[in-house]
Design a protein around this ligand. Structure first.
Ligand code: ZN
Length: 250
């Protein structure tokens, strides 16, 4: 009988990457035992940390990429996205940030989807999206996956994904805006909250029969979603959105 030859490497995950680890592995170094050839990305996924959350990996103090083949005996440090430390001379793992920030959300984040649309972000959401569809559309349309399901992010195909830590919709929106540094990209009142399609300004005469008489008298700027036909106007809707954005205090 052939003996299986086991090898081990020592891992340490830093900062918020610990959110994905069981208690015994949080905030400390631990041994990872394996047999046979193994790439770093396979080891990290099997530990439970999504690749899309990682920005830098050091093996024995040298930066490596996810294709690195483990040899045994390494000391491995894994870091999330750095906010302030300059790592430009090292191998940053994440692809360049997406210039046009678009999202696809899992079934549990309906309210966050509406908030993201309210501040202008192209956000796909359906309460019956299957995981495979989310992953596929994220790749095909360069969308960042937002999810409360850690398991969803374990697919090695995902490069732009984020596990939302907050439980409630408003803190979730604040978290996402901060995480992806979106404050300068907010475009309130540009997108249909119901269906995600951009809204367009229409002549007042065209919506005469579609809004309450008082509203028609009082306001001048009307917008319509050409996909679902919902009408918006720069009155109560607009003011409510502005108030909401001010209340975020980002
Ligand atoms: Zn619409």
């Amino acid at each position: 009988m052939k003996n299986i030859h086991y090898k081990s490497a020592q891992f340490r995950f830093y900062a918020e990457l610990n959110d994905f680890l069981p208690l015994a592995k949080k905030q400390r170094s631990f041994d990872y035992i394996y047999a046979g050839p193994l790439k770093l990305q396979e080891a990290i996924l099997s530990i439970g940390v999504p690749l899309s959350e990682i920005d830098l990996i050091l093996v024995n103090s040298k930066s490596v990429n996810l294709d690195y083949s483990l040899k045994g005996g390494e000391n491995i440090s894994v870091y999330p996205v750095f906010e302030s430390l300059d790592i430009s001379s090292m191998t940053a793992l994440r692809p360049q940030p997406l210039r046009d920030t678009r999202f696809i959300l899992d079934a549990h984040l309906g309210k966050l989807a509406r908030y993201l649309r309210m501040v202008g972000f192209d956000t796909l959401y359906k309460n019956d999206f299957e995981d495979a569809v989310i992953v596929q559309r994220s790749q095909a349309e360069n969308r960042i996956i937002l999810t409360r399901d850690k398991a969803l992010l374990r697919s090695p195909k995902i490069r732009h994904g984020y596990y939302v830590r907050s439980i409630h919709p408003k803190p979730q929106l604040i978290e996402v805006i901060r995480k992806f540094d979106l404050i300068s990209q907010l475009r309130p009142f540009s997108r249909c909250i119901a269906c995600n399609h951009p809204i367009e300004k229409v002549s007042k005469t065209l919506i005469f029969e579609r809004v309450p008489h008082d509203t028609f008298q009082q306001f001048h700027d009307f917008f319509v979603c050409k996909q679902c036909d919902k009408v918006y106007w720069e009155g109560s809707h607009y003011e409510r959105m502005q108030q909401f954005i001010r209340s975020l205090k980002i």
